[in-house]
Design a protein around this ligand. Structure first.
Ligand SMILES: [Ca+2]
Length: 269
């Protein structure tokens, strides 16, 4: 099988994605049976009129999660249909999707999905995301990239590439679908990184907020080296829970004296 460049594959596949969640289905409705529909538009209208269709959540974290899950499902389905290897990450871990296998040229590739709402001014949607996108959590797998953190497939350093799929939408408070003008952008995280945190209370690295800059990959660092150096030196807090995990990982990394870390003979790796 000819191998695909993960970046090209992701861009090409995202270009064919269509957000088509139209609301939340409610079991109980009020209408006569049987309910017949001539096409999908007619069905949607009849479900709405019959009380079966509730709006998606408006709250940005909840709506972001709905979009993210839909997008991840789509990418995993497409990879499977093309005979490519893609695995879903854990809910709070990194990355959201891992691409691997000969179809992607061997090696492991991290794909993370980020969802951001367009800011709104009195004149309408703005060129800025409402809040800064979070690129990474700074005090765990990113800060100690050689360690295998819980909730991750493998150490951060084992990835041949890191890619973000950024989904930007305008909130439509009046429709059940809530999501309007969804745009997908694929970028390497360091290219869209800012020198600002994305939260004042959490240990998060933030992206630039201009949507033009996100599209163009115009962040605040000239090279990946500059980016990693800046953010790995950043004085993030390490709370007691993270410290405990870190101690455990560091202890586990050192093999006890006398133990040779090699597979038994006859086992191929
Ligand atoms: Ca995500």
């Amino acid at each position: 099988m000819a191998s695909r460049d993960p970046d090209d594959w992701l861009r090409g596949t995202c270009a064919t994605y269509e957000f088509d969640l139209r609301g939340v289905f409610r079991g109980r409705g009020e209408h006569a049976w049987p309910l017949t529909a001539s096409d999908e538009t007619d069905l949607e209208q009849k479900l709405a009129a019959g009380g079966h269709l509730l709006p998606l959540p408006k709250e940005s974290a909840a709506l972001a999660n709905v979009i993210e899950v839909s997008l991840a499902d789509f990418l995993l389905d497409r990879a499977a249909a093309e005979g490519l290897t893609a695995a879903r990450g854990t809910e709070r871990g990194y990355p959201d999707i891992e691409l691997s296998g000969p179809g992607f040229g061997g090696g492991y590739h991290a794909v993370d999905i980020k969802v951001a709402r367009r800011g709104v001014t009195k004149k309408g949607p703005s060129n800025y995301t409402q809040s800064r996108i979070t690129l990474y959590t700074g005090n765990t797998y990113f800060r100690y990239p050689q360690l295998h953190w819980p909730g991750t497939f493998r150490p951060f350093n084992d990835y041949a590439s890191h890619l973000d799929v950024i989904a930007i939408y305008t909130l439509d408070p009046d429709s059940a679908a809530r999501v309007q003008d969804l745009e997908l952008i694929v970028q390497e995280p360091w290219r869209i990184a800012s020198k600002q945190r994305s939260s004042t209370t959490r240990e998060y690295l933030g992206a630039v907020q201009s949507i033009d800059d996100l599209r163009a990959g115009r962040g605040e660092f000239a090279t990946p080296e500059e980016f990693y150096k800046y953010w790995r030196r950043f004085k993030f807090k390490i709370g007691p829970a993270v410290q405990k995990q870190l101690d455990k990982l560091l202890a586990g990394q050192q093999a006890p004296p006398g133990v040779v870390e090699e597979p038994p003979e006859g086992l191929s790796t």
